[in-house]
Ligand binder design. Structure first.
Ligand SMILES: [Zn+2]
Length: 216
């Protein structure tokens, strides 16, 4: 069993009532620290990093809106590369969560909330629609993020890139992409890259471009 597989196994056993379930980080020293990209939803704060069974020194946490990765050279991927290069991150996990508010069909809700705070999107509203329309759901977004990271020339090929979901209520982990079983990174890099990033900034930092749905 490898690190992320042990993490998911321990998580499931703990939720089933196994009081002995847990990761022994000293047994995984060669695979830690773990670099994790999540949404910045504050409901995740009580879950991290305990839900993964790793200690804080072994946990490098990056967050953004909806754990979106907009391209292989995006600022988020550059941060992930620095986390691996400067803080010796050994594996990367993109961790989406249930009930993510960035994936609800909420243009009106989002626009209304922004308007109530005096922020008017104006012409950017149509582009926000386009952006939100591409974010079909949390799982698709996780798969797309993993694909972009794997395609990135900034991420060493030896680093597995995983995709998971966490239930925001129960803390249960679920696989989306097992990075150990993925195609070799070299093979992936021979495939066409997703469309280049396009300038898209509806007024806050959820800008960028995603590949058409179904290409992940
Ligand atoms: Zn979220």
């Amino acid at each position: 069993m490898r690190l992320l597989e042990a993490i998911v196994d321990a998580n499931h056993r703990a939720l089933s009532g196994d009081e002995q379930a847990g990761l022994r980080p000293h047994e995984w020293a060669d695979a830690l620290p773990l670099v994790v990209l999540t949404c910045f939803d504050p409901r995740l704060h009580p879950l991290m990093p305990e839900v993964l069974g790793v200690r804080e020194p072994d946990f490098i946490w990056l967050t953004n809106a909806g754990n979106v990765v907009t391209g292989p050279l995006s600022s988020t991927v550059r941060s992930l590369a620095l986390a691996c290069g400067m803080h010796d991150g050994k594996e990367i996990a993109v961790l989406g969560h249930t009930d993510c508010r960035f994936f609800q069909p909420v243009r009106f809700l989002l626009e209304g909330r922004l308007r109530s705070r005096g922020i008017h999107l104006g012409a950017a509203a149509a582009r926000l629609d386009e952006f939100l329309g591409r974010l079909v759901n949390e799982r698709t977004n996780v798969r797309t993020a993993v694909q972009h990271i794997r395609h990135s020339p900034l991420i060493p090929r030896a680093i597995p890139v995983h995709g998971l979901m966490v239930d925001i209520e129960s803390g249960q982990l679920e696989w989306v992409v097992n990075g150990y079983d993925a195609q070799p990174a070299a093979e992936l890099r021979q495939q066409p890259l997703p469309p280049p990033e396009a300038p898209l900034d509806p007024g806050f930092r959820i800008s960028g471009d995603l590949p058409p749905i179904g290409t992940t």
